[in-house]
Ligand binder design. Structure first.
Ligand code: NAP
Ligand code: ZN
Length: 352
């Protein structure tokens, strides 16, 4: 298959910094859309992958799955996009399209497995997929999203992962006007969860371990802030929430939050992947019919629904725009929660 070499930023090992490299992109097939990447958000998953936190990273790793840009070429079978259109790509670039999950628009739960935008198995070129820290991307039309024209393009990029990852559980658990929702962690996912839950009409509380984020949280739409390290504050919200979205990336005590669920309430883990420590105590779950659940990103139709909702409600991410060359420093700052609230790379800097 014909390819072109393009510029990208990637890590060669789990210990190395990201640096400029070249990668191949396939020539668009009849079903493909080619997109010049204008902005790419920086997700904590990018860092986990570059540093092999989850195991299984294939190198050279080129992260980036919050991609917005302009269509530069389309294949002959493409009907929804034309050259010059705005377009976006999130965490998925392919799936089997035939299994029970894919047939229900749940490509993120594709039974044989979806193809991730990075570190996935590249069905076309062999090897693994390369993400959005690059000049352009070529993606089959079904996995390309439309971006509402009224949204600031850089600030819309994080909707493609941070936005959909919290939107999907908010919708699945039917959050609306009478819901009482809490969000754990005010980072990229957390700040989008506050904005989206609020726009759906919920009463929203932020759990943060960082005193000093209260003012921001209220400005983002939270109705209340609870400092999770303060036992009195935690006790004051015992039995309160219908749904908690937990975005914390590292192991932490989930029992702490189960206590704040209302009867039949659910805490959805979207941040940490791995065994819980301390273990879950089933007693409050059984006595209160409470659930501990998980959720991964969202399907393509649901992602489009979220983007359209954000267009109607003028919702975007709070961002700090960086140059591609600043990515290693951005990762260090993200580890210290020193980002309000998403880094977005201006991909024009890759041409520097
Ligand atoms: P982020 O911007 O770094 O935000 C994480 C927030 O969690 C921080 O701002 C901090 O909030 C809190 N936090 C960080 N370290 C903590 C610790 N050790 N203990 C307690 N709280 C801590 O990260 P993100 O981009 O939002 O991503 C969050 C997680 O979701 C990552 O693990 C990422 O890989 C994962 N993710 C999952 C999916 C999915 O589909 N399930 C999709 C995207 C990302 P406070 O300072 O307010 O406490
Ligand atoms: Zn992500």
């Amino acid at each position: 298959m014909e390819t072109t070499e393009i510029r990208a930023f990637g890590a060669e090992t789990s210990e190395s910094s990201l640096k400029q490299i070249t990668i191949p992109r396939r020539e668009p097939t009849p079903a493909d859309v080619e997109i010049e990447i204008l902005f790419c958000g920086v997700c904590h998953s990018d860092l986990h992958t570059a540093r092999n936190d989850w195991g299984g990273t294939k190198y050279t790793a080129v992260p980036g799955h919050e991609i917005v840009g302009r269509v530069t070429r389309v294949g002959t079978e493409v009907s929804k996009f034309k050259v010059g259109d705005l377009a976006a790509v999130g965490c998925l670039v392919d799936s089997c399209r035939e299994c029970a999950s894919c047939k229900q628009d749940l490509e993120q739960y594709c039974i044989p497995g979806f193809t991730g935008t990075y570190n996935g198995k590249d069905k076309y070129l062999g090897g693994h997929t390369f993400g959005g820290y690059s000049e352009k991307v070529v993606v089959t039309e079904h996995f390309v999203l439309k971006v509402p024209e009224n949204l600031d393009l850089a600030a819309a990029a994080p909707l493609l992962c941070a936005g959909i990852t919290v939107w999907s559980p908010l919708k699945h658990w039917n959050v609306g006007k009478d819901s009482t929702v809490a969000v754990v962690g005010l980072g990229g996912l957390g700040h989008m969860a506050i904005k989206l839950a609020k726009a759906l009409g919920a009463h929203v509380t932020l759990f943060s371990r960082t005193p000093g984020k209260e003012k921001d949280a209220l400005e983002l739409g939270a109705d209340a802030v609870v400092i999770s390290t303060d036992d009195d504050q935690m006790a004051s919200v015992k039995g309160k929430f219908d749904l908690i979205i937990d975005t914390v990336p590292y192991v932490h005590d989930v029992n702490h939050y189960v206590a704040t669920l209302a009867i039949s309430g659910t805490i959805v883990l979207v941040g940490y992947l791995g065994p819980l420590d301390p273990m879950l105590n089933s007693v409050p779950m059984i006595l209160g019919r409470k659930s501990v659940a998980g959720s991964v990103i969202g399907g393509i139709a649901e992602t489009q629904e979220m983007l359209d909702f954000c267009g109607e409600h003028n919702i975007v991410s709070e961002i700090e725009v960086i140059e591609m060359q600043d990515i290693n420093e951005a990762y260090e700052r993200m580890l210290k929660s020193d980002v309000r609230y998403r880094f977005v790379i201006d991909m024009a800097s890759l041409k520097n």
